[in-house]
Design a protein around this ligand. Structure first.
Ligand code: HEC
Length: 249
């Protein structure tokens, strides 16, 4: 900013509380995401004297996660660099490519990867179809990626590299399912390709809500047409609503 720096600072002092005030969740944003709540590991106590000193749901001291991680951050960092991916290449795949794994991999792949790498992993994702300039993602069914180890592909999801973001938010177990599914798309196992649901579809046919994060399906069900409202029915619904409310919303 040029101009008067003092004035700018004063203005900032005035604007700051106003901006914060506008974001007050109690008054303005009353959706589920913004509700008053205590996060899983957030420190919390209803006793005001102890407030913010007692972990709300802590682990016993010295306990370690029993599922473990394939590689910890002190072994291989989370930097999105080629060297990190290479050093993850030796991790063995612990997951059998059975029907469960391939089906789950299909869902997780569709949700996270298909937009860039395409339904068939040929690099022709919807992003590229939208605008060829967005076709940044390579095909994953060429010999180069076929010859990569499972650990390498796992590593790409853990760290990301270059223009590919990290998908570390996908739990490790599901990541191995994606690796298996990708091997299927590469021709090693027979797998289905394409969407697992349809835009606008609701109900039990879709992956459903997630206990872990917004990217992970929880229920394992086959796609169906349940919950798709036929167009004609939708139009009739709309007309009924309009006549009830007198055309005002
Ligand atoms: C935002 C678009 C985007 C998404 C989403 C995406 N990728 Fe990528 N992916 C890329 C780009 C760009 C590269 C090339 C990066 C490079 O070479 O440094 C890449 C490279 C890769 C490679 C390396 C190929 C090789 O042989 O070196 C693998 C494996 C891969 N992606 C798997 C996945 C998987 C699995 C997912 C879903 C969890 C995914 N990608 C999601 C953009 C994406």
């Amino acid at each position: 900013m040029t101009g008067n720096p003092r004035l700018a600072r004063r203005l900032a002092l005035v604007a700051f509380p106003v901006l914060l005030g506008a974001c007050n969740g109690d008054e303005w944003l009353t959706d589920m995401k913004q509700q008053p709540s205590v996060g899983t590991w957030q420190k919390f106590s209803s006793d005001s004297a102890a407030a913010d000193t007692i972990p709300f749901r802590g682990n016993p001291q010295g306990s370690v996660p029993v599922t473990g991680v394939a590689m910890t951050s002190w072994q291989v960092s989370y930097q999105a660099l080629p060297f990190q991916i290479d050093s993850l290449a030796g991790i063995p795949n612990p997951t059998q490519p059975d029907a469960r794994s391939l089906e789950n991999g299909h869902k997780v792949y569709q949700i996270n990867c298909a937009v860039c790498h395409g339904d068939l992993a040929d690099g022709n994702g919807s992003l590229k179809q939208l605008n060829p300039a967005y076709g940044i993602a390579p095909s994953l069914i060429l010999p180069m990626t076929q010859q990569r180890t499972d650990g390498y592909i796992f590593g790409m999801m853990r760290n990301g590299r270059g223009l590919m973001p990290s998908f570390n938010r996908i739990p490790e177990a599901d990541r191995w399912d994606v690796v298996n599914y990708l091997r299927g798309l590469q021709g090693r196992y027979p797998v289905q390709a394409g969407p697992v649901g349809f835009p606008g579809q609701t109900g039990s046919a879709l992956p459903g809500r997630s206990n872990v994060g917004p990217t992970v399906p929880v229920m394992h069900r086959k796609p169906s047409t349940d919950g798709i409202t036929p167009k004609a029915e939708k139009a009739a619904e709309g007309a009924a609503k309009e006549s009830k409310s007198g055309g005002h919303e």
